[in-house]
Design a binder for this molecule. Structure first.
Ligand code: PLP
Length: 347
């Protein structure tokens, strides 16, 4: 296939459907999902709920919509969500919670390990006072993308869940890559999300489906999210063609993410040998971050262009910083090719 000539490390969102997915998509049984008639979507929703140990699930077009639906169900206008200052919902979702929901984000610092300190969360809860907003929700992100794809532990998630309960708050997990987190920890994803009232995860990233995310939670929560999905224009029709790929994500792709993590480690080790690059923490999942040393005179865009000539697509994440993401379509040769190419480009 022409699309695997490039080693594409820009993100795991670039993953195209596997041949098995394309076949399943072509053969999918479909119906009008707004009538609840699409058997493949229904099957996917049951499967996702079961795998995450929750009552119900909803197929949504994107992770952003899944998170927004969760925020809209948990919080009313003028209510507040405590979230990380590097969290996707705070930084990368176009302020949807505020624009659409009148929901007020209360950012607290993401620590290097992706966590929010319990003291910081505690200090962020608003007192019952007419001058203040009303705190309703805590949102964690796992893996924490902007902190390096770092993984929050079962223990930490339980602590936050316990804390939320004691304070009458709900807990939502932006688990775009929750299966990467579970794979990295070697635990069942159920255990990892048990303390959460709701979880969003993406089928379209490391799980390689072309489109779609899942929102999971209690029956009533999902019923309310379902109505809001329609309002936001996310009621889709014969969408079993997408759900069929999602089924393969859940059945076949969750078990192989460890390979992506192993390749990220190999890539990290390889890049450590390349002069001009500074690599700090070993990758905890499928993301490798590096910084350009001062001696490197090329700009980010020059490096991107040169790497492309070598058949490798990369992207920068901040000035002088790059993020490389491994996934299904990056094999051992791709890792080797990338290390060699960067060595040549920076020579
Ligand atoms: C990708 C991502 C999302 C949003 O998913 P889209 O499908 O791109 O809308 C949400 N949270 C995190 C942490 C992500 O990485």
């Amino acid at each position: 296939m022409a699309d695997i000539e490039f080693v594409d490390l820009r993100s795991d969102t670039v993953t195209k459907p596997t041949p098995e997915m394309r076949e399943a998509m072509a053969e999918a049984e479909v119906g009008d999902d707004v009538y609840g008639d699409d058997p493949t979507v229904n099957q996917l929703q049951v499967k996702a709920a079961e795998m995450l140990g929750k009552e119900a699930a909803l197929f949504v077009p994107s992770g952003t919509m899944g998170n927004l639906l969760a925020l809209l169900v948990h919080c009313s206008r003028g209510e507040e969500v405590i979230c990380g200052d590097k969290s996707h919902i705070y930084v990368n979702e176009a302020g949807g919670m505020a624009v659409v929901g009148g929901i007020y984000p209360h950012p607290v610092p993401n620590q290097k390990d992706g966590t929010l300190r319990l003291e910081d969360i505690r200090a962020s809860i608003q007192p019952d006072d007419q001058h203040r907003t009303i705190t309703r929700l805590i949102c964690l992100e796992n893996t924490q993308n902007a902190c390096g794809g770092v993984v929050l532990s079962v223990d930490y998630t339980q602590q936050v869940g316990q804390f939320a309960k004691e304070n009458g708050l709900n807990l939502h997990i932006d688990g775009a890559r929750i299966f990467n987190a579970a794979a990295a920890l070697g635990v069942d994803v159920k255990e990892l999300v048990a303390p959460a009232d709701s979880v969003m995860f993406c089928l379209s990233k490391g799980l390689s489906a072309p489109v779609g995310s899942m929102l999971v939670g209690g029956k009533d929560f999902i019923a309310r999210a379902h109505r809001l999905r329609k309002m936001l224009g996310g009621g889709m029709r014969q969408v079993g063609v997408l759900a069929a790929a999602g089924m393969i994500s859940l059945e076949k792709m969750t078990g192989r993410l460890k390979q992506d993590h192993a390749r990220a480690k190999n890539l990290f080790e390889g890049l450590k040998q390349v002069p001009g690059l500074r690599l700090e923490a070993e990758p905890s999942s499928n993301m490798v971050y590096f910084t350009l040393e001062d001696q490197v005179k090329l700009t980010e865009n020059q490096i991107i262009a040169e790497m492309k000539k070598h058949g490798v697509l990369v992207d920068w994440s901040a000035p002088r910083e790059f993020r490389l993401v491994t996934h299904y379509w990056v094999d051992d040769d791709g890792v080797e090719k990338t290390v060699k190419a960067l060595g040549n480009v920076l020579k």
